[in-house]
Design a protein around this ligand. Structure first.
Ligand code: PLP
Length: 386
């Protein structure tokens, strides 16, 4: 038998999910075994679980300058976005929502579902970097607009939106403002007061916490109905026995990424961008500076992105095309289409998302492998169909 060549894999898909950090795992473990009680039970074990949930709530609230009772724990980003959109819509029964063409599919599909039930939705365009113009938000506001929902930072191209300006406009016009901050939470400073945010979606598995737990920040006084009815957990907004271990892990995860990690990731991101820019007929998708410290998204003209992805995988590099949540749909990325890429650029795009554990050696090896593979594919004629 041929000996297996063991090559350490390079994980560049941190926007899809991250590993659970050791300290997060250690914080969670007791809540699967000795501290397993239901946080609603009135005995002392239940009270200990409740205390762990409430300490976690305070910790997460503190990260975004919110009050603890404004944090509603959910099963993740998808549920929080559904609660924000449908919960505010159900409190109104009819009216108008403003969003953009570059939202995560759980926002776009919730909007589509609400449209079928009689709500009006405006999908604002973005510029070539993926940025929405606050003036467009202002002019889209109608008498019956009750919600503006705009992604904080793109999961695909990493562009950070002008949330504060948009929030200010919504505040002045009396429109509730929701932002999906799953990608930016703890990587970009967010202050719900200064940023004029009324509702905000965050989750754990993008920041070295577990899958299946997230939160919706709900400003006190926001008109919102629950989607799930039951025992009245989470201030009546999200019934269901709390995922204590997950919530404790989420709170611990909110402390994992340090300022030093952000500086290091930014340096590695820019190094990767510089190296990939040397490849002929290629270019950066998204904004050069108003972008997440972790995101690199590149197009390689005429290359079949899915084929490039498979070749990189076989060389030990995990990356993605489009977003992991919608991959497999066979549809071109709606975000790359919205920023005006040509079809041959959309299909030749690759997303490489860094995490706190990536090293400079990994970035250099990834850049070199991509350069070689793109060159080889162009030579072999493995190009995308036009
Ligand atoms: C911007 C954004 N919103 C929402 C989600 C969905 O979050 P979850 O996987 O926790 O349901 C994701 C994750 O892919 C995301 O990147």
């Amino acid at each position: 038998m041929r000996p297996l060549l063991i090559v350490k894999r390079i994980y560049l898909d941190s926007a899809a999910t991250t590993p659970v950090a050791q300290e997060v795992l250690e914080a969670m473990l007791p809540f699967f075994s000795e501290n397993f009680a239901n946080a609603s039970s009135s005995h002392s074990q239940g009270m200990a679980a409740r205390e762990a949930v409430e300490i976690s709530r305070e910790k997460i609230a503190g990260k975004i300058n919110a009050l603890p009772h404004e944090i509603i724990f959910t099963s993740g980003g998808t549920e929080s976005n559904n609660l924000a959109l449908k919960g505010t819509a159900f409190s109104k029964l009819r009216g108008h929502i403003i969003t953009t063409q570059v939202e995560h599919s759980c926002v776009l599909n919730s909007c589509g579902w609400l449209e079928k039930r009689g709500f009006d939705v405006t999908y604002l365009p973005v510029d070539k970097y993926g940025i929405v113009d606050p003036a467009d938000v202002e002019s889209a506001i109608q008498k019956d607009t009750f919600l503006t929902t705009i992604i904080h930072a793109s999961n695909e191209i990493g562009t950070i939106e002008p949330i504060r300006e948009i929030g200010e406009i919504c505040r002045e016009r009396g429109v509730c403002f929701h932002t999906d901050a799953c990608q930016g939470f703890t990587k970009v400073p967010i202050d719900v007061e200064k940023d004029n945010i009324d509702l905000m979606t965050i989750n754990a598995h993008k920041i070295y916490g577990p899958n299946g737990v997230g939160a919706l920040y709900v400003r006190s006084g926001t008109e919102i109905e629950p989607l799930q009815h039951g025992g009245g957990h989470e201030f009546g907004l999200r019934s269901g026995t709390e995922n204590v271990a997950g919530i404790v892990g989420f709170a611990k995860a909110s402390e994992v990424i340090t300022d030093e990690d952000i500086r290091r990731m930014t340096t590695l991101r820019d190094r990767l961008i510089t190296r990939l820019s040397e490849i002929p007929d290629s270019g950066l998708n998204g904004h050069p500076t108003k972008r997440l410290c972790s995101n690199v998204n590149f197009y390689f003209k005429d290359i079949a992105g899915e084929a490039l992805l498979a070749r990189l995988d076989s060389k030990g590099i995990a990356a993605s095309t489009g977003s992991a949540c919608s991959s497999g749909s066979g549809q071109p990325s709606h975000v790359l289409c919205a920023i005006g890429l040509k079809p041959e650029e959309v299909s030749g795009s690759l997303r490489l998302t860094l995490g706190i554990y990536n090293t400079r050696e990994e970035i250099d090896r990834a850049a070199e492998t991509i350069r070689e593979e793109v060159k080889l594919m162009r030579k072999q004629g493995c190009l995308c169909e036009k």
